[in-house]
Ligand binder design. Structure first.
Ligand SMILES: O=C(O)CCC(=O)C(=O)O
Length: 283
C-alpha cells in the first residue's frame, strides 16, 4: 500500500535521518501488547537468569516466538510508512525488545545500527514502537539529525555492563550532544530512523519501565556480506532476490516449531555478527 507519509515527512527523513512521531495503534492496543510482553518476555530479565542488562533471547526476534509479536512486525500502519521509504518488498531482518526497568542504570551509547549488521547497501530502516510512555525522563531514544549523511563511522566495543547493546558498540568520534534531539513517544506511536543516523538513550529515571520494540526492516534487494547465510521474514511484497532464507511465522506461543525457528535464526545471527567487521571496513 504505502503513501502514509507526506512528501514533507519523507523529505525530513532523507534530510534528518528520522521521522517521528507516527501512530501505529491506539493506547488500548498498545496496552494489550504491553501485557503480552510482561507475560512472555519478563522471565529472562530476572537477575538470577544471569542475563544482566544485555538483551536475553526472548527479547531478540520475538516475532519468531509469539504470534502477537508477529502481528506487530506486520502491522499495516508501520509497513505502509516503511514502504514509503524503501519500496514494496520488505523483510524483517532483526528485532529487539528494548526494556529499561524503572530506575535502571542501563543506557544505549551513541551508535549507528548498521555497524555490525553487515548489510549492503545501507537501506535499512528501524521502526521503534513504544508500548509504554517513552520520554526524556524514562530514557527515550535521542538522535543526532543529519548524522546519517556522513556514512558509516568507526565504532569501538565498550565493555560496560550498563550498556544495552550486544557488543557495546560506541561511535569513537566526538558527538555534538548539544544538537541531539530526543524523540518521545506515547504508547502505540513509533519513530523511523535510518541505519546510519547516530542515536543513543539515557538511563530510565522514571517510576515506570520503558518498553519498546526496535524493528529492523530492509528491502529485499539488501544482502548480507558475511559468510554465514542468514534468515529473515518476508512481511510485504515479493522476494525476487533470495539473499536470505525465509522464516516461518509462529503458529502458537513459543511452541516447539517456533522455538526451533527462533533458535536457528538467532544462532546464525550471532555467528555472523561476532565475525563481521565494522561496515566502515566493508564499504
Ligand atoms: O531503545 C533504546 O533505548 C535504543 C534503541 C536503539 O538503539 C535502536 O532501536 O536502534
Amino acid at each position: 500500500m504505502g503513501r502514509i507519509l507526506s512528501d514533507d515527512q519523507v523529505a525530513a527523513y532523507r534530510r534528518d535521518g528520522y521521522v517521528s512521531p507516527l501512530r501505529a495503534v491506539d493506547a488500548v492496543q498498545a496496552g494489550r501488547w504491553h501485557q503480552d510482553v510482561l507475560r512472555c518476555c519478563a522471565e529472562a530479565a530476572r537477575p538470577e537468569s544471569g542475563a544482566g542488562l544485555r538483551q536475553p533471547s526472548t527479547r531478540v526476534k520475538p516475532y519468531l516466538l509469539f504470534p502477537w509479536a508477529a502481528e506487530i512486525v506486520r502491522h499495516p500502519a508501520i509497513l505502509d510508512a516503511v514502504e514509503d521509504l524503501v519500496g514494496p518488498d520488505i523483510l524483517v531482518f532483526h528485532t529487539t525488545l528494548w526494556w529499561k526497568a524503572a530506575g535502571s542504570e542501563g543506557f544505549v551509547p551513541w551508535h549507528q545500527d548498521g555497524t555490525y549488521f553487515g548489510l549492503a547497501p545501507h537501506a535499512h530502516v528501524t521502526a521503534w514502537l513504544a508500548l509504554t510512555p517513552s520520554t526524556e525522563e524514562s530514557g527515550c531514544v535521542t538522535v543526532l539529525p543529519g548524522s546519517h549523511l556522513h556514512g558509516q563511522l568507526p565504532h569501538a566495543d565498550r565493555k560496560d555492563p550498563r550498556v544495552m547493546l550486544s557488543r557495546g558498540q560506541t561511535v569513537t568520534a566526538e558527538v555534538e550532544a548539544a544538537r541531539a534531539v530526543p524523540i518521545p513517544l506515547s504508547p502505540g506511536e513509533f519513530s523511523l530512523h535510518d541505519t546510519l543516523v547516530l542515536h543513543a538513550s539515557a538511563p530510565n529515571r522514571a517510576a515506570h519501565d520503558r518498553i519498546g520494540l526496535g524493528i529492523s526492516y530492509i528491502p529485499t534487494r539488501v544482502r548480507h556480506v558475511g559468510a554465514t547465510r542468514l534468515s529473515a521474514t518476508l512481511v510485504r511484497g515479493e522476494d525476487r532476490h533470495g539473499h536470505f532464507d525465509l522464516e516461518a511465522a509462529p503458529r502458537a506461543e513459543a511452541d516447539a516449531a517456533a522455538r526451533a525457528v527462533h533458535a536457528d535464526s538467532i544462532g546464525r545471527f550471532r555467528m555472523a555478527s561476532e565475525s563481521i567487521p565494522e561496515m566502515s571496513l566493508v564499504h
